[in-house]
Design a protein around this ligand. Structure first.
Ligand SMILES: [Zn+2]
Length: 66
């Protein structure tokens, strides 16, 4: 298990949040609740094994109409 801390920004409120990513599990797709606004943040992780880098794509999934 190789944990890495990744800093992301909540797409709903812009609050910075830290998530722990487990490298050894490969690509992942999960939700983390923002501690500030409690909205779910969709994290899409792509692990690059060769360079030990992780690419994190975030999005807020709820479709809000403004
Ligand atoms: Zn938030």
């Amino acid at each position: 298990m190789e944990l890495k801390r990744v800093k992301i920004t909540c797409p709903h409120c812009g609050h910075p949040m830290r998530v722990e990513v487990d490298y050894s599990n490969g690509d992942q797709d999960y939700y983390e609740d923002c501690a500030n606004c409690c909205n779910p943040v969709h994290l899409n992780l792509h692990i690059d094994d060769l360079r030990h880098k992780v690419a994190v794509a975030i999005s807020g999934d709820d479709e809000q109409l403004y």
